[in-house]
Design a protein around this ligand. Sequence first.
Ligand code: UD1
Length: 420
Amino acid sequence: MAGGARLAGRVRVTGAKNSALKLMAAALLATGRSTIDEVPDILDVTIMSEVLRRLGCDVSYERVPGTGGGRLTIDVPEKPSTETDYDLVRRMRASISVLGPLVARCGSARVALPGGDAIGSRGLDMHISGLERLGATIVSEHGFLVATAPRLTGTSIWLDFPSVGATENLVMAAVLAEGTTVVDNAAREPEIVDLCRMLGEMGARIDGAGTSTITVEGVDVLQPVAYTTVPDRIVAGTWAIGAVMTRGDVVVERAVAGHLTVALDKLVDAGATVEALPDGVRVAMEGRPRCVDVVTLPFPGFPTDLQPMAVALAAVSTGTALITENVFEGRFMFVNELVRLGADVRIDGHHAVVRGRERFSSAPVLATDIRAGAGLVLAGLCSDGITEVQDVHHVDRGYPDFVDQLRGLGAEVTRTQRPG
Ligand code: UD1
């Protein structure tokens, strides 16, 4: 892509990847046909569709042109099979979210262990100990987690950390358990609220979604549902930061300001104009942004998924910023790529000290994961020449139509290789 672009115009955000994947897993909890709208047209959804197919579901996707998303129809058999292979879990860690629904629904599940990840070791201990507290027996054998439980029983669970994935898995298990489950120190992300809302429409009895204490009253059976995915706050945040970095003016359609409060406040501190509109958010920037410190935390804190973009923003702002990563230990690995673009960043443990400079200096760089890739693309827009981001298939996993949307906002971007 060519540097020097100013992102301006309107861009539409479809449903959240991190929600849609879990809504798809949740569909397993009811026999019959569920539909989910605003499901992003991305590789991870294709992989999750394949996970569900191998479990015996009929899955079809109908793209809605011009939206980045579409309708996913999932027909769940009365007796789904219960095994998810390594070839799929390896490609997408979120496949692990079928564990809870399968144990709850079928009394057993055999799900491959995900293994390593480019943003640090990502444990499953809270998923496992929580399911054990619900009465499941879990063993790890030959690279698989094997869970069995004739019927789960409600209990109280305290999470050591408000893990998004563990909260989701445990809530999806608890909805069909016998009795009441209380998950304490639960994650409060909008995607958790979205999942609980869908489960509620399926007939589950859940209280407290969006707070640290979620109470689930088990029911015997759930019904299929027609549901619409919550808008993607991380994609929305990426556009918002891109607008500031390129000193542009962007209306992010369907962005929910309340899902991005801290991130938008940081942009205001950086000098941007942020305006909540009835169906979106406008972000505009004149002149060079100021450096602002950022600390990633579970929701409602600054999202770790926007940390690479925050580092990229600071790298072209005036002054010095301290960026602290508290959620994933390996999440500064991409910084070496940003340094190739001339960024002045020093890492010390989970802190990054970023000294801003006027522009990046274009170079070929490597996307190491979805969000790092998006951060590098934004950096490329602020470079002094042509920047080539390689392994861009990572970005495709989180950003439907990214190149088209960038072009729509005025960037000069071309894709030289198709995904896969
Ligand atoms: C989800 C999101 C990811 C986002 C993250 C935090 C999806 C598909 N991914 O990931 O984009 O960055 O939330 O907002 O929704 N941990 C343990 N043991 C566990 C579970 C987690 O130690 O049993 C640790 C992880 O290693 C990590 C931290 O807790 O350091 C946060 O993980 P978690 O909130 O579970 O993130 P994910 O659900 O994996």
